[in-house]
Each structure stands twice: as C-alpha cells, then as structure tokens.
Design a binder for this molecule. Structure first.
Ligand code: ZN
Length: 413
C-alpha cells in the first residue's frame, strides 16, 4: 500500500508539529535533517522508531502538546525495564472511541447490544477502550474487568449479555466453565470481540462452538491508541485497519526493507492525526501481511491478516528465518502430537553448521519413530531444513502459566 497524497500531507503536518514541540523526536528529526515529507520516497527515509525510544523518553519525553492539552495517560507494561507512557489529548481519546465504535459496527454490534467487558481497566488501554467505544455506539457496557468467573457468569446470565470482550485465554476459560456447568442454554451471547494475538484454530473453534458465538479479532497496541484500530468483518478475511487515522507498512524484521503487499513481515504504524504522542513509523514487532484486493463486505479500509506472532520470537537457522508459529503450524498437521514443543539450536563446530533439535510430545497410541519421520519431512518440505526430532510422552515437557520459552539458542553461550 503506497502512502496516499492525503496521508503524506498528514504525516508532513505531524512532523512539523513534532519539530515545533521540541519533544524527543524533534531532536531525532533535527539530527537526521528531516523537516517534512512531500513524496513517498521522503517518507521511506524517516527512521523507524521502537519501544526502546519510548523508554528512553520516559516518562513524558514524547509528549508533543502543552500540558494543559493532555487529559489522560496510558502505560504499556514492560516485562523488563521502564514502562512506556503515552499521553492523550481530548481529541486522541475521542478519535480512539470513534475507531472503536466503528469496530463494533463492523462486527455487526448495535446500540441494542449488551457488551460484557472483561479486559482490565487502569493504566493499560484495554478495558477503557472497549468501554469508550461501547458508549459511543450507544450499547450497554457491563464493565466487569478481569477475573471473578463466578460473578462474570452471573452477570452474563442475569443481564443477558450479547457480546463478550476478552482475551482468547479468558474467553476459553469462560467457555470451559459454561460447558462444565451446563449453562449454555442460559447465556444469550452472540458475538465475541477478542484482543488479537496469535491463537490456534482449535482454541478459536472451541470458543465459537461452546459459546455458540461469532468471533472477531480486534487489533491495537497501547503505543498506537490501544485496541480498536482494526477488526475482522463478518467475511472473516482479515482485519480492516482504519487508514484515515493510521498508515501501515510491512517490513522485513531483519533488514528493515519495506515488503511488497501480501508478503509476511513486521507491521509498522504511522499515526496520522494523533496529537499527544504522535509516532511515525513505529515498529510493532507484530507479524502479519497485507491482504490483497477488495473485501467482499464493501469496506475500503485495507486489511491485514491475523497476527502470526512477534518478530522478537524469530530465530535463524542456517540462514533461514523461522518463527514459532511456523513450527506450530507443522505440528498441528501431525496426528497425536500435542501443542507443546521445545526447540534447541546449537552449532556443530567441526562441520561448521547449525543443528536444530525439535522435541515434541505425542500420545501413546501413535508410533513415535514414524511420527518423528513425518515431522522431519514436513520441516524439509516447508522450511527447507531437516531437524533432529525427538518424540516424548505427553506431559514430559514443562508447562508454565506465563509465556513458555520454547526456543533455546545455545549458539550464544
Ligand atoms: Zn470486510
């Protein structure tokens, strides 16, 4: 998607505002000799920005308006180091709610719906975004926040919630609970709006089936407003992203080269009208691709595919870029194999080549040797790499409640 003239003009205005504000990026652009943009080529010369920059500018170094214009801040939790603080003006808050209401409408949600909101409220952008969009739409918000499943189910039944907003993990937990307690006939849910992350089709199908609902992936990140900058339509052919507020690029996460439409890479977002903390070419580290062509729903907002994972999770073996999502895709094709796996990468100094070892779990009913052979062949044909494969019994690999580390790179040791 080449940047349009209209978008270019907005970026030019943003850059001039940033420079005038004297914020963190004004220094960056001054040093790089950037004063504005008038062509797509100028735009591509603007350096990328990253979460590390936002941390350097902690706490309010990226603020591009006077204090009296800031009405709220949000913060994204960093697992390491300083958090990132994003200031919002009244217009930013309004724009975000407008986009979010648009998301609900695209999902076919109306003012007569009752929306149960389970993402958290507070410093991070989730709960309050779902809430503001709901109020803008005119639907009834049921602002539950996370946890307390007992109360969630009670409200869901008594208030006849028609929409559930949740992370995929929490939606799964609710679906399992409703199934276990035999409450399916008592709930009135029709749709689920699920914060976009990488989640398996098996999980998606289970939630859709058990709750009897249609699911929509909503996209967003705190640095760029929050959730609500894009969503699936009923055609389920990718998420429409609002190009009147944002410009999207897909880049090669290693070289930084802008990729042609349709190729998979990292999403880079430019905010076109954000006032409090405008960001130009922000690297999201989310992996996706632009979906080519027009959507049959008739909306002209460009589409991106479901998030495939994070570029930070990428690892390289014998010059081939590999992502956990690709490994999961392969394992999903093999009968009797669980979703748990472990990958060890090492370097064979004598032969001077990388070695990759894949450990997977399989059910007792399948032949472990044949299963290992099948996995080897799938890797060879799909990733052009032949790993060593170890098949172990179910529940052998460690489980963790938090994100499980699956790739162990021993080459760095
Ligand atoms: Zn569509």
């Amino acid at each position: 998607m080449k940047i349009s003239n209209k978008q270019l003009k907005l970026v030019d205005r943003q850059i001039k505002r940033i420079i005038e504000s004297g914020n963190y990026y004004s220094e960056v652009y001054k040093k790089a000799g950037i004063t504005g943009v008038s062509t797509p080529e100028d735009f591509e010369k603007i350096p990328f920005t990253d979460k590390a920059d936002l941390r350097n500018a902690y706490p309010l170094g990226i603020q591009a308006v006077p204090d009296e214009k800031v009405v709220r801040i949000h913060s994204s939790s960093g697992t390491t180091g300083k958090p990132v603080i994003i200031p919002y003006t009244a217009k930013d808050v309004e724009d975000w709610a407008e986009m979010f209401a648009r998301c609900y409408r695209i999902a076919g949600i109306t003012a007569s719906d009752r929306i149960q909101i389970t993402p958290g409220y507070g410093l991070w952008t989730a709960g309050i975004g779902f809430q503001a969009g709901c109020e803008k739409l005119g639907a009834m918000a049921i602002p539950m926040g996370p946890g307390n499943t007992e109360k969630q189910l009670q409200m869901m039944i008594d208030l006849k919630s028609t929409v559930i907003c949740a992370t995929s993990s929490y939606a799964l937990l609710l679906a399992e609970e409703i199934n276990r307690r035999g409450l399916k006939d008592k709930i009135c849910l029709k749709k689920g709006v699920i914060g976009s992350e990488r989640w398996s089709d098996a999980k998606r199908n289970y939630i859709a089936r058990e709750l009897g609902i249609e699911l929509f992936d909503i996209y967003g990140l705190t640095e760029i407003y929050g959730p609500g900058i894009g969503i699936n339509c009923a055609e389920q052919t990718g998420m429409h992203v609002f190009d009147d507020y944002l410009y999207l690029e897909i880049i090669d996460p290693v070289t930084g080269e802008v990729l042609p439409d349709g190729e998979e890479g990292e999403i880079v977002i430019t905010t076109l009208v954000k006032e409090g903390a405008p960001l130009i070419r922000f690297r999201t580290h989310d992996l996706s691709r632009i979906i080519l062509g027009e959507c049959s729903c008739g909306l002209s907002y460009p589409r991106i595919d479901t998030i495939k994972g994070r570029s930070d999770d990428m690892f390289k073996v014998r010059g081939v870029n590999m992502f956990p999502s690709q490994v999961e895709e392969i394992l999903g094709m093999v009968d009797g194999v669980s979703s748990e796996y472990k990958i060890d990468v090492a370097h064979d100094d004598i032969r001077n080549r990388d070695i990759i070892m894949v450990t997977v779990e399989a059910e007792g009913r399948v032949d472990f040797t044949k299963t290992a052979e099948t996995i080897k062949n799938l890797f060879r044909s799909r990733m052009q790499i032949t790993p060593n494969v170890a098949v172990v019994s179910l529940n052998t690999l460690p489980r963790s409640e938090k994100k499980t580390q699956r790739v162990f790179d021993h080459r760095k040791e």
